[in-house]
Design a protein around this ligand. Sequence first.
Ligand code: CUA
Length: 158
Amino acid sequence: MVEKKPGLYLDPGEKVGLTMALTMLVVFFALIVYAAKGLKIDVPTCITDVEPFQTGKLIKHSDKRYELHILARMWLFDFNQGATEIKIPAGSVVDIFVTSKDVVHGVHINNTNFNLMAIPGTVGYMRVKFEHPGVYHVVCHEFCGVGHHAMQGKIIVH
Ligand code: CUA
């Protein structure tokens, strides 16, 4: 009779499986670091330095760099001092912050990856580059009351 040594016994198949799983974890982590640092892809976040705001604001940092504070409220998107439409030049990189004044709204900018919730008391963030001219419709995709269907805005890229 073969006596097993005390301690952890791993089947050779288990060793292969664990090695593959650990290798995949390392590869995935490396890819995340590469995407963030190498490709400079920003991951959307709800942890920002910006305090929840009470009015929309478009801040121009340079010709192609903007900061947009979107205030969602029943039932419109305030992009800039109450304006529901803004114009920016093609090729602009826009740091977009979003919050809500009342209930939870959803914010989706058509033809971009921007899709965040607007939650009272928190500020969501994502960076968007508007490469192509056109009208980018901003719609609410979270039911927020009787005016939900009409809650929309426009980002005009010229
Ligand atoms: Cu705001 Cu639906």
